[in-house]
Ligand binder design. Sequence first.
Ligand code: SF4
Length: 383
Amino acid sequence: MLTQSEQPMEIIKASDMGFCFGVRRAVEMMEREAEGGLPIVSLGSVVHNPQVVGRLRERGLDVISTLDDADGRRLAITAHGVGPSVIEAAARRGLEVVDTTCPIVTRAQRWARKLVEEGFAVIVYGDPEHKETKGIVGWAGGKAYTLRSENDIASLPADLPSRVGVLVQTTHTEANFASFVNKLLATRMHQISELRVINTLCNATTGQQAAARALAHEVDLMVVVGGKESANTRHLREVCEEEGTRAYHIETPEELEPEWFAGIARVGVTAGASTPDSAVESVIARLEAIAGNAPPDRQEAEVSPLPLLRDLIAGRMPSTDADGLTADERERIERWRRATLEERGRALVGLLRTGSRIGRLPPEQPIFPGFRATMCAKRPGND
Ligand code: SF4
């Protein structure tokens, strides 16, 4: 697609986006546990991303919605955390718990408990239906007021205790939280003798929001990639729109409509904290196709992590069992396994073009029946 100025559409990725440390940690913990062989179930989806959940399912990690379905299997708590009543109920059933709660969420839970112990009324600014918020409220002994928006401040009881502690769902935006606290002060100051505001926002998401905001200024349209249920992805879309930039929240590349990009010269791409790199890359590949740009080298490099190269050089099918692989590397290896011969060949040619040193491939390469050439590529001056 050429724009009005007959220039190809430029696609720019946000400087900070995608898998956060908490989600990466949770997924890796689950993978390790699933590969250990003992049956394991996760209480709800590990992350708000169907592709990641699907991959874990393939490895044998079942997703259940109530403890009744655990059937004696080990129980994984997801990165969003749960209230103490869930842990107690699991213990009563004799279930072994694998807790992948993100440490930043754990901090918010601890603050909830501490505020209640110190006699504060606890307000949680967040989505009352979100798993993380429910867990935090659980740690407040169920006594917290969960308010979805600053308009809900009006619903607080007239006899609100005079010592008030405020927490925020970790993935909210700084601007919204500041505005919420301001409104609470402006409307309830007469009732409050002590106000303790605990900033439980997550740095990973505020950093991604800042990067999305900055990019939204530079482009004509933003594409936000992530699960439809993901709160932090929804907030990314909000911050883009706050900058006056049209933004679409999509989960898969198929949702991109070519007509969105008519007359667009620059499109920005960002992704939520539970969106794997592969999901972003597939969206970018489709954007390139819609734009009519040349196929990007990144598609070829996508299946070329170093562990994969090591195996290729040794003439082996790459293994996902090797120690020290990240979730992303495992996923790339799996993609390599699924790739057609032609796709694998293209990936290798891409590596040669970009000057990667891949060494000498055996001429009788078993995973490349039609690819008999002996190849050696070196970076310039790298002998
Ligand atoms: S977004 Fe932040 S709080 Fe949520 S899992 Fe990631 S690092 Fe943890």
